[in-house]
Design a protein around this ligand. Sequence first.
Ligand SMILES: *Cc1c(COP(=O)(O)O)cnc(C)c1O
Length: 950
Amino acid sequence: MSFDFTDYDPYDFANRRHIGPSPAEMGAMLALLGADSLDAFIDETVPASIRQKEPLEWGAAMTERQALDALRETANRNQNLVSLLGQGYYGTITPPVIQRNILENPAWYTAYTPYQPEISQGRLEALLNFQTMVSDLTGLDVANASLLDEATAAAEAMAMAQRLSKSKRTVFFVDENCHAQTIAVIRTRAEPLGWRVEIGDPFADLRPEKVFGAIFQYPGTYGHVRDFTEVIASLHGENALAVMAADPLSLALLKTPGEMNADIAVGSTQRFGVPMGYGGPHAAYMAVKDAHKRAMPGRLVGVSVDARGNRAYRLALQTREQHIRREKATSNICTAQVLLAVMAAMYVVFHGPEGLRAIAQRVHRRAVLLANGLKKLGYTVEPDAFFDTMTVEVGRLQGAILKSAVADGVNLRKVGTDRIGISIDERTRPVTIEAVWRAFGGEFKVEEFDTEYRLPEPLLRKTDYLTHPVFHMNRAESEMTRYIRRLADRDLALDRSMIPLGSCTMKLNATAEMLPITWPEYAELHPFVPQDQALGYKALIADLSDKLCQITGYDAVSMQPNSGAQGEYAGLLTIRAYHQANGEDHRDICLIPTSAHGTNPASAQMAGMKVVVVKSDENGDIDVDDFRAKAEAHAANLAACMITYPSTHGVFEASVAELCAIVHEHGGQVYLDGANMNALVGLARPGDFGADVSHLNLHKTFCIPHGGGGPGMGPIGVKAHLAPYLPGHPATGGSEGPVSAAPFGSPSILPISWSYCLMMGGAGLTQATKVAILNANYIAKRLEDAYPVLYKARNGRVAHECIVDTRILQETAGVSVDDVAKRLIDCGFHAPTMSWPVAGTLMIEPTESETKAELDRFCDAMLAIREEARAIEEGRIDAQNNPLKNAPHTVEDLVGEWDRPYTREQACYPPGAFRVDKYWAPVNRVDNVYGDRHLVCSCPPVEDYQEAAE
Ligand SMILES: *Cc1c(COP(=O)(O)O)cnc(C)c1O
């Protein structure tokens, strides 16, 4: 008798997990494309001139278990002490119901930015809760839906103050009590714009007539709680603006920035249930007076109505954004911190105002308790009035005390050479307070001390906050679970269907990649712990950086930028510093093609560069002659060019090496926007074909989920000559200033990209690229008879995405690209990227993760939409009353009278839609114009809900 051993390996997930099409499916797709093999197809598609010589190789792909073991071993090298280091980062307790049902739930973390409001009502409501919470706590009128971190939010506030003050003054005053990283990021932002930063004591050094604005930290980095009302009045007397960086937890007890008449408040909502993560990601906030809302950067959720007049949410005042305003945009921010804003908002829903007040009081009481013990030991504790943070004068004992605290498992903050700082948070337990006393030489028990309020009476908060019903719901966990579930169910994320967004690379975010991010050894580290406590992170960052260098052909990587746009800004600053070091300060011209992503010109402006626009030819390629002519014309002052490769039109341009050479010839540097790396990994390396610096969107190509609009990571890779000019940081050194609050941006999501690389191996990553290109070409082929596919390369191939032209439907049937996008919702899909880079078109990027069946479902839907338009063209259905114009269809449409010239069946079950698992849009088409005319950016009062329900 003989056994027939199978050679099927059930644990070989490398292909099965990440790459959608099976070998048989790929065979069928290649046949449709008339290609003999995947490699032959790739050879036809990717120009030989840019192909890399050596394959990407770093050993065998790991199985999921091996990768998780490696992540575990690395985690074990991080030491997770109790950190009372403050400075904008605090221990916090993530309510498990939020951790499991939001942070660890693909319905939330795989969603895209809510540009299609009908399929985003859940996260839009959560973000509206966030905005309401922020505006309530700060006492200001309008809050946005998050910024990248507190320091960049402060820098944005400075830029906003400058725009609003309309004065010729160029000085911005910064409170010396601001966190060090906030001061440093503000300095970085001010320098290229020609503004001067003056640092000092607001009560002694501020001369309002000399500045366009000022920022104060509240409470200060050393704990001071002071009333800025008079200082702010003096600023207003001179038409200067006042910004307050305020800790939102303290605002549960303290007089608000609004009551002090601040114009802008910024801060971090990290301590609302978002782990420190060695620096991020967390959501920063910005709130402003009503008069300033149109000048505010970042996304803003507003309330509008749908086609039935029912309440619906959507992004408001979109025209402020870089996609439209380009170099005149209020800022370059694109990806922000939606998932973390959702968590913070839910934390506040979970605790309500009474919970928040209790947490703030508990933190304050414990801080007072600690201070009382230290006083009994004979130490001087400052300041007199504090919320959660104090400093202690220790003289020469500093080193010894810090050391013995660490030995007892507690990190305290080194302040100068003779003080120690301590910040209490909601996790601080009595045993920790006793350990701190021990480090200072005292053997006390907390029971031995009384606590009292140490906040000055005039600074106590007397106004209400969080009065909206959502903050007063019954918070039994069953209700919380269902609320979170209800919101998630309103949205369409990757856990339901493909999201074929060109340029956004919405690929699989594998579960195994996601597991480590909530392990405490990654999640709970403070960004400023002694470096020997973060050796795991150090190793992970070093290895991931090394792999990214191998992938891109660059020599060094900075992990600091928190988004692609922030990477662009960082990369351009690196170029700027390089020119300055070469004595070429005058180089400030940046060539940018018309087709560039809106963040490119917005970032160039922030880096102090002047944008010169280069034309595209009729193929969508950069017009090489125009490019050369402009490079020559500006040769003396050429700083850089920004190009995207493959082009934003989804084409491998053969001319890319030539463009790089032209820029170099005229003394400029090449910034290559790496958002499209998903078409290159393993096949071609920007560093080889002439680029000097690129950002990589780890939240696109490297599997970090999009989170509904963030978090992201936009590290930059550079050639060796630029390496000395990469961003530095007060905590880690370097000659240049930082672009983010934390030295490594948002490190706690780096395990995702690292485990992706480990589990794919170099060969797996290369295969992913090939299949991404195959999938895009398959869609282009299936759709090309129905819709013109714009911009193919010579041999008729596209790269990893394709643009289909829906403008023909507008001409023949009055069907707009919007109609197509909304009808796709009925079919159960998120629309592709709309009207970018070409107005009236759809840009489709399927990624390698989608199976042939899913691609076919999408193509079937698109083809059926073409036929529906044909019915209009041929007069078989009314041009206004038809499935396209009425899309998306809701359950509301089906109840009651049905008087439309098409059936309910046609309305709700077009090709693509699942019968049993049908996705029902919760609202009909949302009216954007109405919402911008009647701007409401916080939760509407309950009566309104009742009205809408009636
Ligand atoms: C996504 C994208 C960016 C911006 O990245 P963010 O992380 O959203 O800031 C820049 N350029 C291109 C081509 C992109 O697709």
